[in-house]
Write a protein of this length. Structure first.
Length: 84
């Protein structure tokens, strides 16, 4: 079930671009395009992506709790990937 858990969610363009930059380890957009990411800049991108995932999970958790689910069920729902 570990591979069915949501790790990061990229709900918008900024998050998608940040994910691209982290994988390439260079700036892919803007004035610094082509320059290597510093550790700080890579950390900022990681934090932003994790924040997006956390907000999506918290929304799903609160929605499940409002529907009357148990804490355990709500936690499972909040961490599950959305079926495509």
């Amino acid at each position: 079930m570990a591979n069915l858990l949501r790790r990061w969610l990229t709900p918008n363009k900024r998050a998608g671009r940040y994910a691209e930059e982290r994988k390439a380890k260079v700036h892919t957009h803007g004035a610094k395009e082509g320059k290597e990411l510093t550790d700080f800049e890579a950390g900022i991108r990681s934090g932003y992506l994790q924040c997006q995932s956390d907000h999506a999970g918290l929304y799903k958790y609160k929605k499940a709790m409002a529907e009357g689910k148990s804490k355990k069920e709500a936690k499972e729902i909040s961490r599950a990937k959305k079926a495509k």
